[in-house]
Design a protein around this ligand. Sequence first.
Ligand SMILES: Nc1ncnc2c1ncn2[C@@H]1O[C@H](COP(=O)(O)OP(=O)(O)O)[C@@H](O)[C@H]1O
Ligand SMILES: [Mg+2]
Length: 520
Amino acid sequence: MPTLVELTDQHTSLSSDQVDHLVALVSEWGMLADFSFADLLLYVPVASDGGINWLTASQVRAATGQTLYQSDLVGEYADDTDRPFIAAAAQTGKIQQGEITLPYLADPVNMSAIPVVCDGKVIAVLTREVSKVTGRRLGQLERTYLSIFDDFATMISSGLFPFAGRVADSSVAPRVGDGVIVLDGSARVRYASPNAVSALHRVGIRANAVGQSLAELGFAHDAARASFERREPVVEELDQDHDVTLLVRSIPILKRGARAVNVIGGVVLMRDVSELRRRDRLILTKDATIKEIHHRVKNNLQTISSLLRLQGRRLSSDEAKAAVADSVRRIRTIALVHETLSREPGEDLAFIEIVRPLIQLTQESLQSSDRPMRFEVRGDAGRLPATIATPLSVVILELLQNVVDHAFGDSRRDGVVRVFLQRDSEDDALHIRVIDNGVGVNPEFDIAQATGLGLSIVRTLVTTELGGTIVMRQATAQDLSDAALEDGSHAAGGQPADGTSVNTVVGTVVDLRIPTDAAN
Ligand SMILES: Nc1ncnc2c1ncn2[C@@H]1O[C@H](COP(=O)(O)OP(=O)(O)O)[C@@H](O)[C@H]1O
Ligand SMILES: [Mg+2]
């Protein structure tokens, strides 16, 4: 179904300011429908050969009343019975009332056509349509609400409603059915709906509210005063006693006088959000607890890696020193994931935030006397749950460390290693390619047969923990140019750039494919 903005863009010549005015109106008009116990329709003018056609751009039903229209009317044009009222409202700029008969209803229908005025011009017409027969019996509540609707209708036709720049957050905004207090021009209570009285009881206010000011009642007077002074709605959350939280929205009712705009009254809508807030608080504390745990795990891992490092310094065998250094790096990698999780809400993280520190970790192991090496990251892996991010980080660390340790031998030329990340949403998989322009692995190399600890860890994590696949092979010229590693590849194997045959170009490619739904 087309939206209000799409319909007005396609069919009308309304300016973007005027469309914004209508969007703001529609975001608030659930309240108006509720006060009027009726269906509301918004008609916008569409130029046509025979004059102006009126297109239904939006529709709302009242939560407090019966609807006349089972079907959706958006996108349809006003018919002959509606059109005279709508056209008259647009022409005169005044609210029109009358009786119409609808082809599919036996009983006549009361219709009010309210011109929607923005910056002194009628830009649309809002209609209220309600059956003459099945309407609600008029008790005090009904009479009060209808008179409030009339006040808002007058505001709409004099450009005072909707309020500029004040779009209600409809997800939590209190609605009429939740409880209404009606105020007179001096902010005294004229009427409190039964639900409002109950809400007041829950916060311990048992006095009869009618005739009192909100200050005397000790309820929501700040919100009401602010809304009267600023002439716009004010939302306030009241944390009263008894663990009750009420969300209060005070809306002034304005009237254009001869010289100025006056506040002639107001409505205070309220909603009990205690349960919502209690859950919010619970989620917040749960989230904070999880973050705290990640923080502690990180600290513990850092302690372990420091202890290991101390131990490594006391070793005399180079092999043992290297083995301990490897372990320290692996532990720091896992700590990195927990550190990132301790900063972010939820149990997943943007993996790219891990890749960069991993590279840093590998770079630290490069001796300053080594030739320079360039690390590059391309693409993005999106967000990954900790269950994937942790083993994957260790895998990438091993691969990067191998490039540093083995790819360039003693050659003095510039090494480049590039990490490509690609998230494939179609088959729920993550592709990672680590490619270097070094000496390459032997053509018979098969990772399934590799016995080194590093590659054994990689193989185990990828195939069992992550349920993915891994291919590691010598890079071809194609891989290298795909990867745009041109800046060093021509010198691979110490060959001169010119006359280098494809066969002499080497380097290593590692391709990983990890299913990303594995965690679920
Ligand atoms: N990027 C690479 N370039 C060249 N050779 C590599 C590369 N990665 C791994 N290798 C080879 O695979 C072997 C096994 O690696 P690994 O299992 O990590 O053990 P280690 O790094 O301790 O030697 C390495 O010794 C090396 O010969
Ligand atoms: Mg290794």
